[in-house]
Design a binder for this molecule. Structure first.
Ligand code: FPP
Length: 244
């Protein structure tokens, strides 16, 4: 098994889970079965993250653009999410995992929203790791929602326009209070950001693997973290670790 340096772990890992459909096609199975297998990979990576000691894990589970998929596929994804949340609650409690969501979750079906709210509430005092699911999420929409929030504050006279700083924007995003991702992983070999955490990934290290999401296991995950640990993060500065 791949070894990593536990003293230099990324604090926050974000993952674009891609390739469920291709995995299914390769095996002559339906896309839905690909998503089912993808849900098993989610389970494995959540557990692995907790075991490794990752504090923040953010998964792109459903994008704003995913609403364009056929209704039966959207329904199947929601069902899988419901089932995942109900099945994993006990595991989350035992392992100190807190659930959070980012995105326009008001668009999700009522049943999914109810299960999400229940899980978020029950796990809210857990402190080992925060699992954030991006649901009905789009990076541009998030930035737009932040701009609208800030503009309303200016309009109400609560702040002047020239007082807006990077921090004001950071605090108005869905991810307010979360650290930026140190490592962004994308599976299935696509070199795209796909509207994910656009503001937050400014200085993230990116790791792209050809492995399709359902095949992405703990060992693949450790390889990504090991690769991250070899990088020299300069944040636009010159020396190791300098942040500017
Ligand atoms: C991409 O595969 C995957 C998604 C649509 C999002 C991820 C969804 C899951 C892993 C399923 C369950 C999620 C949870 C949180 C339990 P794709 O369909 O875009 O693959 P393709 O590009 O090969 O068609």
């Amino acid at each position: 098994m791949t070894s990593i340096d536990s003293r230099r772990l990324p604090e926050h890992i974000a993952i674009i889970m891609d390739g469920n459909g291709r995995w299914a096609k390769k095996k002559g199975l339906s896309r839905i079965l690909g998503h089912q297998q993808g849900a098993d990979a989610v389970r494995e990576i959540v557990t692995a993250s907790r075991d490794i000691g990752i504090r923040w894990l953010t998964l792109y589970a459903f994008s704003e653009e995913n609403w364009k998929r056929p209704a039966h596929e959207v329904q199947a994804l929601m069902k899988l999410l419901n089932r995942f949340l109900k099945k994993e609650l006990e595991e989350m409690q035992e392992n100190g995992i807190r659930l959070k969501t980012i995105g326009r979750t008001s668009r999700l079906p009522k049943r999914t929203r109810d299960i999400l709210l229940d899980t978020i509430e029950k796990t809210s005092s857990n402190r080992q790791m925060t699992l954030t699911l991006a649901l009905s999420y789009g990076g541009r929409q998030e930035i737009l929602d932040a701009i609208l929030k800030i503009a309303a504050r200016v309009e109400r006279g609560e702040m002047a326009a020239d007082q807006i700083t990077e921090q004001t924007v950071t605090d108005a995003l869905y991810t307010s209070g979360m650290p930026d991702p140190d490592l962004l992983i994308r599976t299935s070999g696509e070199y795209r950001v796909s509207n994910f955490l656009l503001w937050q990934i400014s200085y993230s290290e990116i790791y792209i693997t050809p492995t399709l999401w359902p095949d992405f296991d703990k060992n693949e995950y450790l390889k990504a973290i090991q690769d991250y640990q070899k990088r020299d993060r300069r944040f636009g500065g010159t020396g190791a670790g300098s942040k500017e």
